[in-house]
Design a protein around this ligand. Sequence first.
Ligand SMILES: Nc1nc2c(c(=O)[nH]1)N[C@H]1C(S)=C(S)[C@@H](COP(=O)(O)O)O[C@H]1N2
Ligand SMILES: [Mo]
Length: 214
Amino acid sequence: MFFRLPGKLKGKGVDEAKIDALRERTPEPVRDRVPPGQFVTNGWPVLHYGSVPRFDPKTWSFKVWGCVANPIELDYQAFRALPQLETTADIHCVTRWSKLGMSWEGVPMRHILDMVQPTSSARFVIAHAEAGFTANVPFEAILDEDVLLAHRADGHDITAEHGWPLRLVVPSRYFWKSAKWLRGLEFTTHDRPGFWEQNGYHNDADPWKEERHW
Ligand SMILES: Nc1nc2c(c(=O)[nH]1)N[C@H]1C(S)=C(S)[C@@H](COP(=O)(O)O)O[C@H]1N2
Ligand SMILES: [Mo]
């Protein structure tokens, strides 16, 4: 029912007319969920900079610090004991594919916020991942109920390439802000553009406004 990613639409030199045509052919009930310049795919491409990190449950930890009343540091077992939520969300990759109705399971960001109690000076969240990767997200964006620290997608454990054991999922922004191999969250007053944001991608990254580059 949906369309596969035509290889030549990836990257630069995008054929806008072709993407619009694909978008037009998207079945009516879901077309409204496809942002401008995007088309629907069934596949799930793997995209990241660098190599897939190794996971060791003995040394893994998850930290939250910065503008919070209660900083935390949890080992893997403690993290997995946190409450879980299952959500359904669409994801939109800046390379033009959208994947609709994915199911995600993980710890709701709302629960993390309850635990750490961000202070009134928290305006941004910096997601910290393995190998020094960061992504910055405006504080308002993480308040959505479907923001998860996920370990399962579409009924399976997330694979190593897609971010095992933990990835951020922020459905309201292009998917590059959804850091894979997440190890911590830092709440800040001042913004600090992350890896892709420093490499030309838009700071706010709202797919409905087509905030791709800046
Ligand atoms: N740690 C880390 N997370 C990352 C990236 C990365 O380079 N490193 N790339 C981002 C980009 S550009 C995209 S499009 C998505 C891709 O996620 P996927 O491989 O699960 O589709 O992961 C994001 N998360
Ligand atoms: Mo990306």
